[in-house]
Design a protein around this ligand. Structure first.
Ligand SMILES: Nc1ncnc2c1ncn2[C@@H]1O[C@H](COP(=O)(O)OP(=O)(O)OP(=O)(O)O)[C@@H](O)[C@H]1O
Length: 806
């Protein structure tokens, strides 16, 4: 039987049913190569594919290079297509676009999106980015409900490394949020969307423009009109992201008085006045880190450097110890010619196919810029950003050069991404590769050529010829070559003081000497301090005197840890009541109530035995340590969260029973989340809800016009709801008083039935539901309707807020 030829799908060859055969024959004769090929739109050298996403500026399309031979694997890219007519009307947009382009040109880091090149034609400007195939990070969290600690730790380390690199380059992102993070195919984090990026100066690190998204923006951006320290604002956003990774929902997302979050002043009042609460499944060490990051007062907020040294990130110290300029150096090593030339374009990646693209080049002008030499490879600050409009010859030159780079950049093996000359390089390379297998081709640098006579020349030139701001390098001298020492076959960074525990701030010299410890032999059988000679009194903490034990011999063993042990108020009656303050020395703060951990004697001893390995202590702390919010021992005066933490954590209970109790509570809570959702009629995911008529409302971060919901709310000083300096130590609410949301927070165990709002909030990130979990909630009548309504609104608001900007 004769086979029926398939219908052609490419345009111009739509086959009519009747004469398809003859038409097909004709077509084959006319276009023999095109058989079964679909005609795609092209943009420059790229074939345009499906839409990857949509943003404020327009669509982001998948693109790939044309393969000139059957063996050539096309390179995939993501092309952000921006209509030129839209930016002509909107100067702000234009600034944002060029900000993004200019910033990306300077950034070469495995966890920052890589700019391939920028193209334009008469209709569009196309920002060609590397294609990141793992999808959006917030969807990933939704799918998983929340991340495992190890996974969150790895991704957070990558985020910190990327942000740190950016800061090192003198740039601040100012819009870090889950939606601006992507994952690559190996689940490495990639920071994108640099529309709000700005440069800071060493002498003037303060900024005035409020930007970011309300849920992620640091309070100082919103509640104050004063200039803010932008790097600290990025740190805050990282904290919110970390919280979302670990909890599965955003912190401070349950203000009943402001359920929509539209009242930004109120939202921030809530943020600055409400203690940070944690679900019980977040363990003490990451909690400690979060408490240091999400401090409303930016001066008291931990720095990136201290974050890198936090105990929780210990597994990734090696990665975090890679100096930011390492990434630049690798590029320089790989392409030394780039440092000497300013005429380099980033076109190496489509080498062989590009020659056949003359036509498309005619249509789509290659935008490049003569200042490309001050690009990623230069870790030095930009000093002059003058623009020279180049002729088409420049484009040609760039095209002629591309072969060199393509040869150099043809590295198929991801791990051989960088050339390593030293052992330490090898070590760093290994670590670096672990964190990014994307196999970036560090070829050349992106730039812009403005074509004389092109419709955008004048505007483009205006933007690009902004006087060059001086980007100063933060004073950051870490781990130079001589600081590496050899372990086995590797050169690894010499360990630097890494305070695993914390006695901040008191003006005691002993603290400055950094080595306080609890030697095990100093505890008598009752757990009392046996040797008073080395006990140092540390007065001045909330009117109480703390005692610490100093032991110089122990100090070397315990390396950098600082542990304070003090007799708690209950110690007079019970030998188990000791306080253990953990934290970051560099932070220099006095311990807040939250940093004092009550431990029993056994735990203290174990901690000492393990040389205060924070890891160990905190593992155990999960089950037997209770966080004492009030140094006076009034443990009752805790917020609900603390009480949650205390469920099954009584210091007199055994480890095992506490563990069991914890597990039970945790399961109950999880079950409640799932149950709640599965009872909602037709609720399929958090990104879909129902309107009052019961019709499904697709919830997206965009409004129906496809634009981001944008708010320009500016809060004046008068509206400033909270004195930041007072709010840095968060007050623990008295459970007897009504909390902000009007609920009494007395329940010691989690129960979704008597606290549905919490479960709703905690489930906001949950995307899929298992039907079977819903049985317990299936017939709850009216209550459910109420929950359903509020859940729908909540979910809507959540997504609305996520995309809002201040
Ligand atoms: N390099 C990329 N690889 C894969 N997908 C991408 C890439 N860049 C963007 N996307 C997809 O396109 C979507 C929109 O991109 P992006 O947020 O950068 O656009 P935008 O116009 O800057 O948006 P906005 O400023 O409103 O956040 C992303 O959420 C993501 O799904």
């Amino acid at each position: 039987m004769a086979s029926v030829p398939k219908r052609h799908t490419y345009s111009g060859n739509v086959v009519a049913n009747k004469n398809h055969h003859s038409l097909h024959m004709n077509n084959e004769i006319l276009h023999p190569i095109r058989k079964n090929q679909r005609k795609h739109a092209t943009f420059g050298p790229y074939i345009i594919g499906s839409t990857l996403g949509e943003g404020e500026f327009g669509k982001v399309k998948l693109g790939w290079t044309k393969a000139s031979s059957p063996t050539e694997v096309p390179k995939q890219v993501a092309i952000k297509l921006i209509r030129r007519d839209t930016i002509k009307k909107d100067a702000d947009k234009e600034v944002k676009i060029y900000r993004e382009i200019n910033a990306l040109k300077h950034l070469t880091h495995p966890n920052i999106i890589y700019l391939e090149e920028v193209l334009q034609n008469s209709k569009y400007i196309g920002i060609v980015l590397e294609f990141v195939s793992g999808g959006e990070f917030y969807k990933y969290i939704q799918r998983k409900r929340r991340l495992k600690e190890s996974s969150a730790c790895r991704l957070f380390a990558q985020l910190i490394s990327g942000v740190n690199y950016m800061h090192y380059k003198g740039l601040v992102h100012r819009d870090l949020k889950l939606e601006n993070l992507l994952l690559d195919k190996h689940e490495n984090l990639v920071i994108t969307d640099f529309g709000f990026v700005n440069e800071f100066f060493k002498d003037n690190e303060l900024m005035n423009t409020s930007c970011g998204s309300p849920c992620y923006a640091a309070p100082e951006l919103v509640v104050s009109t004063k200039p803010y320290e932008a790097r600290k604002a990025d740190v805050w956003s990282c904290g919110v992201i970390l919280y979302a990774m670990l909890a599965g929902y955003l912190p401070w997302d349950d203000d009943h008085e402001n359920p929509t979050g539209d009242d930004i002043a109120r939202l921030y009042q809530y943020i600055t006045q409400t203690p940070l609460k944690f679900p019980e499944y977040i363990t003490p060490v990451p909690r400690d880190l979060l408490r240091r990051i999400l401090v409303p007062n930016p001066r008291r907020r931990v720095s990136l450097r201290s974050i890198e040294r936090h105990e929780w990130l210990k597994p990734h110290y090696t990665f975090l110890n890679i100096q930011p300029n390492y990434w630049d150096e690798q590029l320089q090593k790989q392409h030394p010619q780039l440092s000497n030339r300013g005429d380099v374009g980033r076109h190496s990646t489509y080498s062989s196919s590009a020659s056949s693209d003359l036509k498309s080049r005619d249509r789509n002008t290659l935008i490049t810029k003569s200042t490309m030499e001050q690009s990623r490879i230069s870790s030095q600050p930009t000093t002059n950003r003058s623009v020279s409009s180049t002729s088409n010859n420049d484009s040609k030159l760039a095209f002629n050069n591309r072969k060199d780079y393509s040869v150099a950049s043809e590295r198929t093996s991801e791990s051989s991404k960088y050339t390593c000359n030293t052992k330490s390089d090898a070590q760093m390379e290994k670590t670096a590769a672990k964190h990014s297998f994307r196999g970036k081709k560090h070829t050349s640098v992106a730039g812009l050529i403005t074509i004389p006579g092109s419709p955008t020349t004048a505007r483009t030139k205006n933007i690009l010829s902004e006087p060059t701001e001086h980007v100063s390098r933060p004073d950051r001298q870490r781990f130079t070559q001589e600081e590496f020492h050899r372990i086995g076959n590797y050169h690894v960074p010499r360990s630097r003081p890494r305070p695993t525990s914390y006695y901040p701030g008191l003006s005691c010299n002993a603290v400055d000497n950094s080595l306080l410890d609890i030697p095990i032999n100093k505890l008598d059988s009752n757990g009392k301090l046996a040797d008073n000679r080395n006990v140092i009194s540390l007065p001045n903490f909330e009117g109480k005197s703390l005692k610490a034990v100093q032991d110089s011999t122990k100090a070397t063993v315990s390396n950098n840890s600082i542990v304070l042990l003090s007799e708690g108020p209950a110690a007079k009656t019970s030998p188990v009541d000791y306080y253990y303050a953990t934290g970051d020395l560099n932070h220099g703060d006095r311990p807040t109530a939250e940093t004092i951990v009550k431990m029993n004697k056994d735990l203290a001893n174990k901690a000492v035995e393990n040389s205060f390995s924070q890891e160990k202590v905190d593992q155990e702390s999960v089950s037997i340590v209770s966080i004492v919010k009030d140094f006076n021992g009034s443990a009752d005066e805790e917020g609900s969260e603390t009480q949650q933490e205390n469920v099954g954590h009584s210091s007199n209970k055994s480890d095992i029973s506490s563990d069991k109790e914890n597990k039970k509570n945790y399961e109950r809570k999880r079950f409640s989340f799932m149950s709640l959702y599965s009872t909602l009629n037709g609720s399929r995911s958090t990104v879909e809800s129902r309107n009052s008529k019961g019709n499904a409302i697709p919830v997206s971060s965009r409004n129906p016009s496809g634009q981001s919901n944008k708010t320009n709310t500016k809060i004046t000083q008068q509206q400033q709801p909270h004195n930041l300096s007072d709010s840095s130590i968060l007050k623990v609410p008295n459970p007897e008083k009504n909390t902000n949301d009007g609920r009494r927070r007395k329940n010691t165990s989690y129960n979704a039935e008597n606290n549905p709002a919490r479960s709703v909030r905690a489930s906001v990130m949950v995307s899929t539901l298992r039907e079977e979990d819903g049985s317990a909630w299936s017939n709850n009548g009216d209550n459910n309707i109420e929950v359903q309504t509020s859940t729908a609104r909540k979910v809507l608001n959540f997504f609305k807020r996520r995309s809002m900007r201040v």
